[in-house]
Design a protein around this ligand. Structure first.
Ligand code: C2E
Ligand code: MG
Ligand code: MG
Ligand code: MG
Length: 293
């Protein structure tokens, strides 16, 4: 009987693997089609100055409409794309779109904020990513300082000289580099100083934890925030969902905040509307310092 059960378990296990492989293959094919047919889509998550709530910029987030229809977002499809060569094509498409759209809001609305986009570690290490981004920037006449690349700690393995070289090369283009999901990886904090970073984005799981921290206990968010501040980098806290979250991060002295409490990701039409408003605020000298990057 035990033998039979073992056999059944094995069958169940191999069925599960087959199912997972099929699921991933379907997603990969869906992404290949969407990329080829120009059906990928972008949404724009606003980021605000914590003190004044003035818009500072947008994070560009990828959507694949046909996958979204079945509830699949980038958290699921990006890791699948990362296992194939598709990720470079996708990251380059996002980079190109980001530059084109940044150019549009600079010209239409005299936008002075930043546009940031996510880059996979696999793309970061590929020389084609650097050469193509360079071409996009050089042919667009945008200010590269308004462009920020978000990388994750998987890009920063200990003593990874290639990663440092790739980042230095990208930095030489004049763009800013943000470390995304800060606090969730395994990089030793001292290691961070080896990399040419401008911004640390504290992972939203620390904001979620904040809500469950017993009174009288120091929230992990505060500890991570103090560490981040010690590097004298700009700090973004993401995942602010409630007024209490916001009040808390304000007491920490956070620079920039993002989260559903302020806004859901916006469509491009909405961005154009809001960047127009930013332009009006831009003209008020007392608030100028809050929006300049
Ligand atoms: P991320 O870069 O850390 O992006 C933040 C994610 O948190 C986004 O989910 C955003 O919609 C969500 N978010 C923002 N504020 C809140 C909040 O207050 N509460 C909650 N619960 N969520 C919030 P999204 O768009 O599903 O992206 C998930 C991840 O997929 C991103 O995490 C990023 O790692 C990856 N990703 C998204 N777009 C791209 C892309 O163009 N290229 C690459 N390589 N990765 C991407
Ligand atoms: Mg990000
Ligand atoms: Mg993040
Ligand atoms: Mg993430």
């Amino acid at each position: 009987l035990a033998k039979r059960a073992g056999k059944n378990n094995f069958k169940l296990f191999s069925d599960e693997i087959k199912e997972k492989m099929l699921f991933e293959k379907n997603i990969e094919n869906e992404l290949i089609d969407a990329h080829r047919d120009n059906k990928l889509h972008l949404v724009f998550m606003p980021a605000y100055c914590a003190e004044t709530r003035i818009l500072r910029g947008y994070e560009i987030l990828l959507r694949c409409p046909s996958l979204l229809n079945v509830g699949i977002g980038p958290d699921v499809f990006i890791p699948i794309a990362e296992n194939t060569d598709l990720i470079l094509a996708i990251d380059l498409w996002v980079a190109q779109q980001t530059v084109i759209r940044l150019k549009e809001v600079i010209h239409k609305n005299r936008f002075t904020g930043f546009f940031s986009f996510n880059v996979s570690s696999k793309s970061l290490r590929n020389d084609r990513f650097y050469t193509t981004l360079k071409e996009f920037i050089n042919t667009s006449d945008i200010n590269p300082k308004q462009l920020e690349l978000e990388i994750t700690e998987t890009c920063l393995m200990p003593d990874d000289h290639q990663a440092v070289a790739s980042l230095d090369q990208l930095k030489s283009l004049g763009v800013r580099i943000a470390l995304d999901d800060f606090g969730t990886g395994y990089t030793s904090f001292g290691q961070i100083l080896n990399y040419p970073l401008d911004t640390l984005k504290i992972d939203r799981s620390f904001v979620t934890d904040l809500r469950n921290t017993p009174v009288g206990q120091k929230p992990t968010l505060d500890i991570i925030f103090e560490l981040a501040k010690a590097y004298q980098l700009s700090v973004i806290v993401e995942g602010i969902e409630t007024q209490a979250d916001f009040e808390h991060v304000k007491t920490l002295g956070c620079d920039i905040v993002q989260g559903f409490y302020f806004s859901n990701p916006r469509t491009w039409t909405e961005v154009l509307k809001h960047c127009g408003k930013l332009h009006q605020i831009d003209k008020r000298p007392d608030q100028q310092k809050n929006i300049a990057c």
